[in-house]
Design a protein around this ligand. Structure first.
Ligand code: ADP
Length: 677
């Protein structure tokens, strides 16, 4: 305190009066001794009221550590300086910078109003804190870089006559790399450590060079040029490298606010897009694969634009149409609208060969041209689409551009997202060969079945002759008797009528047998009709009746009235075959034990017929082979019977299986779709 000069009181008091800072003098017990106008303005009390009062009663002081801390500092060191907040009933709270000295039993203090400054600083601090938090917590990687040295390097280049920096630095990557080395990392956030580091933050606080693979040089260059070109930011997808050499696909963004750039600093944000990039690449690859497939698959593929048809559908939905089939029936023009509204956008190479086009443009336009022969298929495809089914497939025919009609398997799918119902993908497989082969096969099968039937009838001649002879003999007998009755002087017409009724019935029976035989030996295309399984068994037994009696085979029936969809004659052939096989199998059995059980059963969708015998059964090893053509264990056998049975049944979506019964005999089971009720 010795350095303090004595105060020139008169001048000091002028200065105090004029001071903008509040000056207050008070006694050690707190009574106000002096109070300048600035104190009046600050605390709201005029000097006249303040002087003589206790300061603490006029003004309340908030300070860190409490008033006592100030008092203690003044008592011990004679001085205190610090920031306080003061409130008085006469004025609003202010933040003050207070300097106080204790001297000669007085305390003199000067208070400077720093409220505004304080407010600004806290706001700044708060925003800085927010920014820091962001910097630290964001999922993005943030870097604070110092490129002040790079600025100097760039200036040097310009001074040495380089006009075009981009061109020069592209041609001299080593200079660019030197600039990277000169760019220092000041700070990074945690995410940067996660993405680029390996646990040690300090390791990253060096030059940025290790993080830039050569292929990304140009991005570094462009960001430099953006910064010196006065751009506020620069953003680019690029590759960066982690400290351990891993390459990352990132979105790199550098910000250049003028004030930080002036200080040679930039903030860089890096978002990892490796996952996104990978997904994108995968998508692109799959798209490429799809394109490749589209163009090179050996089947015709079309991409259709269904916008027009979608429009027609919208109209129908708005009108409350539930089932498009009804609308098609009612309005013949609707199908035409749908056809016109479906346009070919792209076709692949095989389409041209298949449908007789020379170049893809030949296919441009509506699909109507291709559905002249079979608009019904297109109609069904539309109905399916209207029902919301994502795919539709059918064997049908397509008109070619050069006027042919070919057999095809037509399939259409809507591969696009539900949000885009306008893209349809069509696949067309030329099945003309297949259809031809199938027709040929069917013809061959029909011929084989026919040949087998003819030979079967041949084998059964004795049995059949008996079936015909029996009614014929009865007819002869009854007709003779009738004639005798008529020859009497008083003919008993009642008796004659009875005899003739029997003749009539027998004639019909014989006629029926002949009709069945004629059907059996006729070669005709199969017809699918609804027939009773049990009636088929009746017919088969008609052919085999004599054989069964001759062989002493008893037939036990368990009918259910099951009805199926098949061809009557062909199914008869199957049953005759199976029963004949059963009879053959039991030939070596004692007469009393030869028995066949024919059962028919029904479930929800299928009808089933089983023919069980009491023969020796089928050796396990042969169970699968007995249906093969030419498989036989009989000296005179052809081995065609069961093979033909199987192909006949397949024609009607039926099946035949063989098993051995527990009791030893064989059990042959035939299943067919049941006729709708
Ligand atoms: P084929 O009667 O001319 O031999 P099939 O195709 O009708 O020709 O029968 C093939 C073979 O299946 C028969 O040779 C016989 O060995 C066996 N088989 C068929 N039905 C029976 C049966 N009910 N019991 C035992 N074996 C049978």
């Amino acid at each position: 305190m010795s350095s303090i000069e004595p105060i020139d009181l008169a001048r000091a008091s002028d200065a105090v009066e004029l001071s903008r800072d509040a000056v207050v003098a008070r006694s050690l017990d707190g009574r106000v001794l002096a109070w300048n106008p600035a104190a009046h303005a600050l605390y709201g009390w005029p000097a006249s009221e303040a002087i003589g009062r206790v300061f603490a009663e006029l003004v309340e002081t908030d300070v860190e550590g409490g008033i006592a801390a100030i008092e203690a500092a003044l008592a011990s060191g004679g001085r205190w300086e610090g920031q306080v907040t003061r409130r008085s009933v006469r004025a609003e709270a202010r933040v003050l910078l207070v300097r106080a000295i204790a001297r000669r039993g007085e305390i003199l203090e000067i208070a400077q109003d720093v409220t505004e400054h304080h407010r600004q600083r806290t706001a700044l601090e708060r925003s800085e804190r927010r920014y820091r938090n962001l910097f630290g917590a964001m999922a993005a990687s943030f870097w604070e870089l110092d490129f002040s040295k790079v600025g100097a390097m760039l200036r040097e280049l310009t001074a040495s006559g380089v006009r075009d920096l981009r061109e020069h630095l592209t041609a001299h990557p080593e200079t660019l790399r030197a600039m990277m080395r000169a760019t220092r990392v000041l700070d990074v956030n945690d995410q940067t450590l996660v993405l680029f580091g390996r646990g040690d933050k300090d390791e990253l606080l060096a030059s940025v060079e290790p993080f830039w693979p050569d292929e990304s040089n140009w991005v570094f260059l462009e960001s430099l040029l953006a910064a010196i070109g006065g751009r506020s930011s620069y953003s680019q997808e690029t590759k960066l490298r982690a400290i351990d050499g891993r390459e990352l696909d990132v979105l790199f963004t550098a910000c250049f606010p003028a004030e930080t750039v002036a200080r040679g600093k930039v903030v860089v944000g890096v978002v990892d897009i490796t996952a996104r990039k990978r997904a994108h690449d995968a998508l692109e690859r799959s798209e490429q694969r799809y394109r490749h497939l589209f163009h090179h698959m050996p089947l015709a593929l079309w991409q259709l634009d269904a916008r027009g048809t979608v429009g027609v559908f919208k109209g129908a939905r708005a009108a409350g149409v539930k089932d498009l089939a009804e609308s098609f029936d009612r309005d013949p023009d609707l199908l035409r609208q749908c056809l016109e509204g479906m346009v070919v956008r792209e076709v692949n190479q095989p389409t041209m060969a298949m449908l007789g086009g020379r170049e893809p443009q030949d296919f441009a336009g509506s699909v109507a041209r291709f559905w002249k022969a079979r608009p019904d298929t297109f109609r069904r495809a539309m109905e399916a689409r209207y029902r919301g089914e994502p795919t539709f497939q059918e064997e049908t025919q397509i008109d070619t551009l050069d006027g042919r009609v070919i057999d095809v398997l037509f399939a259409v799918a809507r591969p696009g997202p539900a949000s885009d119902p306008t893209v349809s993908l069509v696949g067309i497989v030329d099945i003309s060969e297949l259809v031809r082969a199938r027709q040929q096969l069917a013809r061959l099968q029909a011929e084989a079945a026919h040949a087998a039937r003819v030979s079967m009838v041949g084998e059964l001649t004795a049995s059949i002759a008996h079936e015909v002879n029996q009614p014929l003999a009865a007819i002869a007998l009854n007709a003779g008797a009738a004639m005798r009755w008529l020859g009497r002087p008083d003919p008993d017409l009642t008796e004659v009528r009875a005899l003739l009724t029997r003749v009539h019935a027998d004639a019909k029976r014989a006629g029926a047998v002949i009709t069945r035989i004629r059907e059996m030996v006729a070669l005709r295309a199969p017809v699918r009709a609804e027939i009773a399984l049990d009636a088929i068994v009746d017919d088969a037994l008609l052919f085999l009746g004599h054989e069964l009696r001759a062989q002493h085979v008893a037939v036990h029936r368990e009918p259910t009235g099951a009805r199926v969809l098949a061809d009557r004659v062909l199914l008869q052939q199957v049953v005759v075959n199976l029963i004949a096989n059963a009879v053959h199998a039991m030939a070596s059995r004692p007469e009393g034990s030869r028995r066949i059980t024919v059962r028919t059963e029904l479930d929800d969708t299928r009808a089933r017929m089983t023919i069980d015998d009491e023969g020796p059964g089928i050796p396990e090893a042969d169970l699968d082979r007995i249906f093969d053509a030419f498989f036989t264990t009989k000296a005179q056998g052809m081995g065609m019977g069961l093979s033909i049975c199987r192909s006949i049944l397949e024609l009607f979506d039926g099946k035949i299986t063989a098993t051995n019964r527990a009791s030893g005999g064989a059990s042959m089971a035939v299943t067919l779709p049941r006729a709708p009720l």
